[in-house]
Design a binder for this molecule. Structure first.
Ligand SMILES: [Zn+2]
Length: 444
């Protein structure tokens, strides 16, 4: 039963905060850090202390207030940065200095203007200095995925000898491909002396939309730390998204026999808090945390969902803290979903009445994109009023398939529709089946 633990290193407050429009003040960072603690992340990268006084203060205050997670502070590979990071971190129960230095030729030649030999020496010295202050030291060879592989191995070996405890492999520019990244991790494990003593970490950017795939490929080759952010925020196209990593590992336990410390029911609240603080909304179709991630509009999907959520849902909204699975009522919605929503609004309908509601609903949905509950209530009122003018004998077959849908709705499943949706024998007439198939036409 013992599954290897993958350390979740959250850098929402550092890499994430660097993304345009996502800056946060100290108070906001502290609030989010507390939420990350509830979420169960193992490491919180709280900031880059040399970058600004605000960053310094945030790292210091987070270090002082959270005792469970490791608190990391970022530093370039130079004494001033490392000392400043340590100054901010030293009050932490579990501090970590995270040192980085670019290793690719393009960065060495054009950004740092140093030779490979100078790079190697600087990394070694920086590590020794950081290690003299803090037991837990992480090293990142920036732009690792575009670094000459033998040179990368040389640098990694040197920093391990100098005391690094975690070696991160950043795909800084979001350039790598899953199999290529996997190969890189494999090579490091095969070629670098002492690699078995350190934790290998992934840090992938999403420029080609592969950050999560690359991170998971790294994990499969032995990386045991993943650096990621809530909602995948970060430089340019962002970082690997924490919620996607955590849920991929959980939902596909068969393929990824690992565990994380993430309390998944805190995922959605964390995502919402970040969006609220930064005022950067989550894209609607964002996996796991987007507002449409658990919404089903197409008739065939809605019908299946109501019969058994497993038809279209690989995880429950509740498992990631989403309050309810929302069936969006639009013009592609079927009768079945409409009936349930009416019932949830306190208006169970019998068959013929429902037909009338449905007819009006389709006309309305054609005009407006989404039919809100308020619209529906108005429409129900209209139908009820019109109904009073018709003799009672006209009302006949009850719509048994949805009759008891609303009760028992507080179980683990989003919309726990009775298993015996087909009801008692004979309760669905040929006409029912026919209208059900009409629903399907909307959703194909
Ligand atoms: Zn980054």
């Amino acid at each position: 039963m013992d599954r290897p633990r993958v350390t979740i290193f959250d850098t929402t407050l550092r890499d994430g905060e660097q993304s345009p429009g996502c800056s946060m003040n100290v108070q906001e960072k502290l609030r989010l850090a507390q939420q990350l603690d509830r979420l169960g992340v193992d490491v919180i990268e709280a900031g880059f202390p040399i970058a600004s006084d605000g960053d310094f203060e945030a790292v210091q205050r987070i270090s002082a207030s959270l005792r469970r997670p490791i608190i990391a502070g970022l530093a370039r590979a130079c004494k001033g940065d490392i000392d400043r990071a340590w100054e901010a971190l030293k009050g932490a129960a579990r501090p970590r200095i995270h040192v980085f230095l670019a290793t690719s030729d393009i960065h060495l030649n054009y950004k740092l203007r140093i030779s490979r030999e100078q790079c190697l020496e600087q990394a070694r010295e920086a590590l020794r200095h950081a290690k003299s202050l803090c037991v837990d030291v992480e090293f990142s060879p920036e732009d690792a995925t575009r670094t000459d592989v033998p040179f990368l191995c040389q640098v990694v070996e040197a920093v391990i000898a100098a005391g690094a405890t975690t070696v991160n492999v950043p795909d800084t520019v979001g350039y790598t491909m899953p199999e290529e990244y996997a190969q890189l991790i494999r090579t490091l494990r095969e070629k670098v002396a002492g690699i078995e003593r350190v934790t290998i970490s992934t840090h992938c950017h999403n420029d080609l939309g592969l950050a999560v795939a690359n991170s998971l490929a790294g994990v499969q080759e032995g990386a045991r730390q993943v650096e990621c952010t809530i909602n995948g925020i970060g430089e340019r196209a962002g970082n690997a998204s924490l919620e996607e990593i955590a849920m991929a590992i959980r939902v596909r336990r068969d393929r990824y026999p690992y565990e994380t410390g993430i309390a998944s029911e805190h995922i959605y609240p964390s995502s919402q808090m970040l969006a609220e603080i930064t005022r950067v909304p989550v894209q609607p179709n964002k996996a796991i945390t987007g507002r449409n991630a658990f919404a089903h509009e197409a008739g065939i999907h809605q019908d299946g969902m109501l019969k058994n959520p497993l038809t279209y849902e690989i995880m429950t909204p509740q498992s990631v803290g989403v309050p309810d699975s929302r069936l969006v009522l639009g013009k592609h919605s079927g009768r079945h979903a409409l009936a349930l929503r009416c019932e949830q609004l306190g208006h169970p309908f019998e068959r013929r009445e429902l037909d009338e509601v449905y007819r009006r609903f389709v006309v309305l949905a054609d005009r407006i994109k989404k039919v809100q509950d308020s619209h529906l209530l108005e429409l129900i009122e209209e139908v009820r009023t019109a109904r009073k003018k018709i003799p009672p004998a006209a009302a006949s077959i009850p719509f048994t398939r949805v009759a008891s849908a609303a009760s028992g709705a507080n179980e683990a499943r989003p919309l726990p529709f009775p298993a015996a949706v087909s009801g008692a024998p004979g309760s669905i007439s040929f006409a029912d089946h026919h209208s059900e198939q009409e629903d399907y036409l909307w959703g194909v």
